[in-house]
Design a binder for this molecule. Structure first.
Ligand SMILES: [Fe+2]
Length: 270
């Protein structure tokens, strides 16, 4: 599986504090079936002053550490980009990284306050040639009173990323409710771990895959953790979330007999 949202780089934000923790996170991710991971530290002006240069350096150094420790996890450059008025410019100049230099980037609005002109900023980013991936809208406290904003951002062309822990119910009832709602409406493009550590907010997508498979069918769950993330890293255009997938949704017991993500991944490698 391909995890496009992680705070695995050591010492750059509130994620991994040191290389030992990063290696443990990588081990946990690999044990759970993650083969590729985008390293996406926070970019928040005045708080986490990260940018392309230092993130690329940190990815190279973690890659070397993974090789020495014999951990088979492929890393990609990215960032968890907080909204900022000059963001279209920062991305165009390459000062803030997209995901693996593609047109796609993680777009993080504030958690507790709906900022004015969020839709206008999204529009400017799309017009500049980028595809914002709205990070975990299910966890934003303002979603309750402003669900229509998420709907409109999605309609404008923003993709939707759910956090794996929200999907399995580990982020509380509200995040779980909105995960289910967004999945049910066919709005979810990808599921990612947003891992911050080896003990708290651990990596792993397999449990969320199982829940999404029961909700939307195995093929669509596969799209969320393998196919679309792979297209994003390769800068390919995405297939829209298929309504037809929902029509041929298998019953939960059938999903169990299919054998989960392992069976689907076997199909990919062969
Ligand atoms: Fe994040």
């Amino acid at each position: 599986m391909i995890d496009l949202h992680s705070h695995i780089l050591p010492g750059l934000d509130d994620g991994s504090p040191n290389i030992a923790e990063s290696l443990e996170m990588a081990r946990l991710a690999v044990a759970d079936g993650t083969t590729h991971m985008a390293c996406t530290p926070h970019v928040v002006p005045g708080m986490y002053e990260n940018g392309t240069e230092n993130i690329v350096r940190a990815v190279h150094s973690l890659e070397q550490a993974l090789r020495r420790a014999d951990i088979p996890l492929a890393l990609y450059v990215g960032a968890d980009v907080h909204i900022a008025p000059d963001l279209p410019n920062q991305l165009t100049l390459g000062k803030v990284p997209t995901l693996n230099r593609s047109r796609y980037f993680l777009f993080e609005p504030p958690h507790h306050v709906l900022p004015p002109r969020l839709e206008e900023l999204a529009m400017r980013l799309i017009e500049a040639g980028f595809v914002p991936i709205l990070t975990h809208p299910e966890r934003l406290t303002w979603i309750k009173a402003n669900y229509d904003v998420v709907e409109r951002l999605n309609r404008l062309g923003c993709l939707i990323q759910l956090t794996a822990d929200s999907v399995v119910g580990a982020f509380g009832r509200t995040a779980h409710y909105y995960s289910e709602k967004l999945l049910g409406e066919g709005r979810v493009d990808i599921i990612a771990s947003d891992t911050h550590g080896a003990k708290r907010r651990r990596p792993g997508l397999s449990q969320a895959f199982d829940v999404a498979a029961k909700r939307c069918g195995e093929d669509e769950a596969y799209n969320m953790v393998v196919r679309r993330p792979s297209d994003i890293l390769a800068n390919r255009p995405l297939e829209p979330v298929g309504k037809s997938t929902f029509a041929k949704m298998p019953s939960p017991d059938k999903v169990g007999r299919f054998g989960g993500i392992g069976r689907l991944l076997k199909g990919v490698s062969s």
